[in-house]
Design a protein around this ligand. Structure first.
Ligand code: ADP
Ligand code: MG
Length: 625
């Protein structure tokens, strides 16, 4: 009886078969990688089960093309699959999350994102008319034959198989106008694909190679000789010398391992020979994984014990703030039988984790110093995570991470580090100034920045929700404290301004008092502004909670009550101030109207919602009349 693939699988399969892959040849990489995984499982079983004996010769992959029958067979001596496993592993393809991702990111640059789906096996359909899987699971004397012609479905039957392991049998498609499938039956092509993508697979990949050879004893007579050869070098890439490896080797490894669908921005190859011996290859991805900023994302590195994979995602090897790092660690000093709980307390592992953390940081610093563009690319993707790292754990890691921070600068009109900012501060400048807002464009127009900019001071733009929280945790950088351009006291001495506004402040004390009463608790104070030059009005704030923070906290479900202490600042040198005074002296209703308008204007400038838009609009009409 034919069974249908689960719906999502069907859609995905269709999509994959019909999509234009620049690299159809990667199907072989996927099949070999699965074969290798299956043998890892077997190998692990034999190593850890005393009743089994281990024989290295038993482990190999064999690739066999048959041109006449248009068949390509990939066999392994791995653990095989039970009937249930066949159903579960080859009957369902991807989870919906990945599917959603696909539709949003229409296979942009031909990067193969198959790996992201966990649908490696299905890539076989890109080159096959039909696929047959003959498998016998370890510990069973029965085998199964799975067969499918594509999206319609599949059948499973019992069958005989001599030994455990799996044969994947592909019926290779006929050539089309734009696609040459014949080459997947050619020895030389298969050999080069294996070399390219699967060279470091730790089991031998064998193939019968036919070569023309000089006949024994003859001088110019040749004959075809077929010999079984091992195609791959089998040395895992992490055990090779760095000098032997090219960027492309690392990129292939990254793709093979499905660490990401992008190309890595940077690789770090560690060969540690100290107290704890280990090899590690780490990658900093270029793009954000589609689920990175969601709960589903799991950090971690692959953990090997002397070449045998013991854990897929070892979380203890990476701190949260470097959770974007992908890669693996192989150590001879770890036991194979180690459990998750034991790992958490493992001293060796702690040493490795600490080491890795430092290496990643120094690599990032190096990138910042020598490859600025690359660093900025990285920061655009993962800077938020670094900022979060400064903030979390009550700032425990702030000193470790602070030099990796970057913000957009008003003066440089690009991203700058805190060190760069501080190093060019004016002599009389006391603080590191920042302004918060939704976007660069919005901040640029904030009236609060006038005074600071006029002074010639640089302002850092905070556009990330986390920014102000990060800085609150950091408190200062190189003994310079941070100061918001909206804060009550800017710490700028400007005499003319001070005198005149102070004078007017006293003079207008009663007016401001009255306005404050009109606003009825909405602001803590109304006062003459020292920071406004051309603009009429703005909000400033004192105290712990800034206006930006209020916005953010209010948008969270449980924090409705947080309020920033708002101060309404009026530019007393502005023409409109005279109208205000006039109203105060002559017309109480008018003063009320003006006050309301000013307050709402200030809210709008901050990007805060106004209490009653209709009233606001009516008030404006009233004035226009
Ligand atoms: P992934 O390898 O990412 O899990 P695949 O689509 O490549 O996804 O394979 C799906 C599953 O099918 C594997 O996880 C494995 O359980 C099973 N499988 C595939 N090929 C083999 C094989 N040669 N031997 C044993 N199991 C296999
Ligand atoms: Mg796979």
């Amino acid at each position: 009886m034919k069974k249908e693939f689960k719906t999502e699988s069907k859609r995905l399969l269709d999509m994959m078969i019909n999509s234009i892959y620049t690299h159809k040849e990667i199907f072989l990489r996927e099949l070999i990688s699965n074969a290798s995984d299956a043998m890892d499982k077997m190998y692990y079983k034999e190593l850890t089960d005393d009743s089994l004996t281990f024989n290295k010769e038993n482990y190999y992959i064999k690739v066999t093309p048959n041109k006449e029958k248009r068949i390509l067979k990939v066999s392994d001596t791995g653990i095989g699959m039970t009937k249930e496993e066949l159903e579960n592993n080859l009957g369902t393809i991807a989870k919906s999350g990945s599917l959603a991702f696909k539709s949003e990111n229409e296979m942009k640059d031909g990067h193969d994102i198959i790996g992201q789906f966990g649908v490696g096996f299905y890539s076989a359909f890109m080159v096959s008319e039909d696929v047959t899987v003959i498998t016998r699971p370890f510990g069973s004397d029965k085998g199964y034959r799975w067969h499918s012609e594509g999206a319609e479905g599949y059948t499973i039957k019992e069958c005989d198989k001599d030994s455990f392991g799996t044969d994947i049998i592909l019926k290779i498609k006929e050539n089309t106008e734009d696609e040459n499938y014949d080459e997947y039956l050619e020895e030389y092509k298969l050999k080069s694909i294996i070399k390219k993508y699967s060279d470091f697979i730790s089991y031998p990949i064998k193939m019968d190679i036919t070569e023309s050879k000089l006949k024994e004893g003859a001088e110019d007579e040749y004959e075809d000789v077929t010999e079984e050869k091992v195609i791959n070098s089998m040395v895992p890439i992490w055990k090779k010398n760095k000098s032997q490896l090219t960027d492309e080797d690392y990129e292939n490894f990254y793709a093979e391992k499905h660490y990401g669908f992008d190309k890595p921005l940077k690789h770090i190859h560690i060969k540690a020979d100290g107290l704890v011996r280990y090899n590690s290859i780490l990658f900093i991805p270029e793009n954000i994984p589609f689920d990175y900023y969601t709960k589903e994302y799991e950090k971690g590195l692959e953990l090997y014990s002397n070449g045998v994979l013991i854990m897929n995602k070892c979380q203890d090897l990476l701190p949260d703030y470097f959770s974007f790092v992908k890669g693996m660690v192989d150590s001879e000093d770890l036991s194979l039988n180690i459990s998750r709980e034991m790992l958490q307390h493992d001293r060796q592992l702690k040493v490795i984790a600490k080491n890795i953390k430092k290496k990643i940081k120094s690599q990032l610093e190096k990138m910042l110093k020598n490859e600025r563009d690359k660093y900025e690319k990285f920061y655009k993707s993962f800077g938020r995570q670094i900022k979060y790292g400064v903030y979390e754990e009550f700032g425990a890691n702030k000193d470790f991470l602070k030099d990796l921070l970057m913000y957009y600068s008003s003066k440089e009109e690009k991203m700058v580090t805190l060190d760069e900012y501080v190093s060019r501060m004016a002599e009389d400048q006391k603080y590191i100034y920042y302004a918060s807002g939704e976007s660069k464009e919005r901040i640029e127009k904030l009236p609060q920045t006038e005074m600071v900019s006029e002074k010639g001071y640089e302002i850092l733009y905070f556009t990330d929700e986390i920014d102000e929280f990060t800085i609150k945790m950091l408190m200062s950088y190189k003994d310079k404290e941070f100061k918001s351009v909206s804060s009550g006291d800017l710490g700028i001495d400007s005499e003319e301004n001070e005198n005149s506004s102070e004078g007017k402040d006293k003079e207008s004390k009663e007016l401001f008092e009255k306005m404050k009463n009109i606003l009825d608790g909405k602001v803590k104070e109304v006062r003459a502004s020292k920071r406004l030059k051309n603009h009429l009005v703005c909000l400033a704030n004192d105290g712990e909670v800034s206006i930006e923070m209020e916005k953010i906290l209010k948008s969270m479900p449980n924090n409705q009550e947080v309020q920033a202490d708002k101060i309404l600042e009026i530019n007393v040198n502005h023409e409109v101030f005279n109208s205000l005074k006039d109203a105060y002296e002559k017309d109480n209703d008018k003063l009320k109207l003006y006050t309301d308008l000013l307050y709402n204007q200030a809210l709008l400038i901050e990007g805060l919602p106004i209490d009653d838009p209709i009233e606001f609009s009516n008030n404006i009409s009233k004035i226009m009349k």
